[in-house]
Ligand binder design. Structure first.
Ligand code: B4P
Length: 195
């Protein structure tokens, strides 16, 4: 299996690039943001609880997202690999993911981290907020809170995978196609090395 984590701050383009990468590399896309928004739209108890955190720009508690990923890994047991988008977002989530993948004997192959300046992140998210209907994208204060949460709790997750020499940094500014080309180059070199 080839398991990829696409990492980066809110608005860095994880969702945008994931849509393209899963087609090219035949990976199963697991986005905790997408899974959580689907629970919110379905007005499930999990979704109602998660929305309280997301609307404040906070992370949803670890046990909720780990449970979602664990059942998704069981559901899609015969795929070529997973693309994790927006997960893991805390050290606790990273440790849980490592354990779940250890059971499958299919560890993380690489983490690609998208680098984007804070001003560009805020600009992109406010723009999306004008049309997406996402309540976490339509105000500057909530967006800044998400970035603070990222710097405090999520950025250290990269250190976890750096220790295992699995992190590659890619510039996340430029056109969507330019960034996709840079990501593909990194992935191709890893896949060729594993072949
Ligand atoms: P997510 O749904 O993961 O999304 P995101 O961080 O908002 O954005 P992403 O990086 O995917 O950006 P995108 O491509 O869409 O998280 C939402 C919330 O869910 C979190 O704040 C948290 O509360 C909760 N959550 C999710 N996972 C969790 C977890 N594991 N633990 C706890 N809580 C969790 O791009 C953004 C915009 O930029 C788009 O409009 C796009 O069109 C634009 N864009 C993309 N690339 C561009 C480019 N190259 N140039 C210009 N614009 C670009």
């Amino acid at each position: 299996m080839f398991n990829l984590i696409l990492f980066g701050p809110p608005g860095s383009g994880k969702g945008t690039q994931s849509e393209k990468l899963i087609v090219k590399y035949h990976l199963k896309h697991l986005s905790t943001g997408v899974l959580l928004r689907s629970e919110i739209n379905g007005q499930t108890p999990l979704g109602i609880e998660a929305k309280k955190f997301m609307d404040k720009g906070q992370l949803v508690p670890d046990e909720v997202v780990i449970g979602m990923i664990s059942s998704a890994l069981d559901t899609y047991s015969d795929v070529k690999g997973f693309l994790f988008d927006g997960f893991p977002r805390t050290s606790g989530q990273a440790e849980a993911l490592d354990k779940l993948l250890e059971l499958k004997k299919a560890p993380i192959s690489v983490m690609i981290a998208l680098e984007v300046t804070e001003e560009e992140l805020v600009k992109r998210l406010l723009k999306r907020g004008q049309t997406s209907g996402r309540t976490d994208d339509d105000n500057d204060t909530v967006i800044r809170a998400r970035i603070v949460e990222y710097n405090k709790k999520t950025a250290p997750v990269a250190d976890h995978y750096m220790k295992a020499d699995k992190v590659v940094m890619v510039k996340g500014e430029g056109s969507v196609e330019e960034i996709f080309t840079a990501l593909s180059k990194e992935l191709d070199s890893r896949l060729n090395a594993n072949a």
